[in-house]
Design a protein around this ligand. Structure first.
Ligand code: GAR
Length: 191
């Protein structure tokens, strides 16, 4: 099975996935990184890890549909079976959904359905809730609404700052995201 990772920024989850796949014998490979932000640090990570990568921005296209068709052409050329969204900060459109519905998995830094959107960690912190967490889920037509595969909770302690909470969330992400993807791959359970 061939996997593509989509990311927009730092790429620490991309790194965790690549490291896990290097350490463990799996019947899948991370074949391609796509990034919609041509200056993002994740591209340096792709170079260092020897992962094939492509980056272009939707701004280079007349419409979101044309942008996604350009991505689809790359996915098709590379024979990608599964897309893993690891900090891809865009809503997936109809073109990608038409081809990869049930074959796109996202990680989100909150206990969905609470705190969807771009700032899951900050929104939970500012809301003053006692716990938040991480959700891994399939992508559907809504924003962070698809079927949930795994969730893990984290307690927000009185001493926590936004920075310490972010650190706790990222640690959970880096542990559970590769595990979930590996389980799906090994069980042949990508819908
Ligand atoms: C991660 O915390 C991920 O859950 C979040 O972006 C961060 C990317 O970090 N995704 C979303 O908020 C999606 N709505 P990374 O670039 O270091 O992997």
């Amino acid at each position: 099975m061939k996997i593509a990772v989509f990311a927009s920024g730092n790429g620490s989850n991309f790194q965790a996935l690549v490291d896990y796949f290097k350490k463990n014998q799996l019947s899948a490979t991370i074949d391609w990184l796509f990034c919609d932000q041509p200056e993002a640090y994740v591209l340096q990570r792709a170079k260092k890890t020897g992962t094939a990568f492509t980056s272009f921005s939707p701004k280079e296209f007349a419409s979101k549909s044309e942008y996604e068709q350009a991505i689809l052409e790359e996915l098709d050329n590379r024979g990608i079976d599964l897309i893993v969204l690891a900090g891809y900060m865009r809503i997936v459109g109809e073109d990608l959904l038409a081809v990869y519905e049930n074959k796109m998995i996202n990680i989100h830094p909150s206990l969905l359905p609470d705190f969807p959107g771009l700032h899951g960690i900050r929104d939970a912190f500012e809301a003053g809730v006692d716990e938040t967490g991480v959700t891994v889920h399939y992508i559907d037509r809504g924003v962070d609404t698809g079927p949930i595969i795994r969730q893990e909770k984290v307690t927000i302690e009185k001493e926590d700052t936004l920075a310490t909470l972010e650190e706790k969330i990222h640690q959970i992400e880096h542990r559970i995201f590769p595990e979930v993807i590996a389980n799906l791959v090994n069980m042949g359970d990508v819908k």
